[in-house]
Design a protein around this ligand. Sequence first.
Ligand code: SME
Length: 157
Amino acid sequence: MAENLIINGGNKQEMYETLLPQLLSLTTGETDTVANMANVAAALKQTFDFFWVGFYRVKEEMLVLAPFQGPLACTRIRYGKGVCGTAWKEARTIVVPDVEQFPGHIACSSDSRSEIVVPVVRGGKVVAVLDIDSDKLNEFDEVDAEYLEKLCASLPI
Ligand code: SME
C-alpha cells in the first residue's frame, strides 16, 4: 500500500513501470477523488523527488487547487491561462522545458524551472489537470508524458 511503495531505482521508465501498477492497485476500488489525488501526488513526489506535484480540478469554470505535495500554490487558474489553463483549453499534455520561455506561465514559485501538465479527461471533457514542476531545466520528456497520460487515463478520479 502507499506507505510500502516498492521502487527499486533504475531509469525513469523502469521507475514508472514499477510505480504505475502499485498506484492503480492502491486507488482502484476507492471512490473518493480527493483521497486518490492525494496518494498519487504523494507517490510521485516521493518517487521522483519533484519540486511540486498536484492536481487542479475544473470547478465553476476555473481550475481550483486540489491535493498536492510541495510549497503553497496559486488557488485558482482561469481557462486558457498559464500552462495549466492552456492544457485544459487544448485538452493535451504540455511539456515546458524552460518556464521562462512559456508566454503567460504562472510562477507560483520562482524556484520552478520546468513543468509538465497532463489533462484528466472523463466523458470527453477535461475534469482536472495533473501539474508537476521541477527546480531543474528540461526535467520532463516524452517518457514522463507517456506514463503520466496512462496514469491520468486509468485513475479512478
Ligand atoms: N505554473 C502553473 C501554475 C501552477 S503552479 O506551477 C503549481 C501554470 O503556469 O499554469
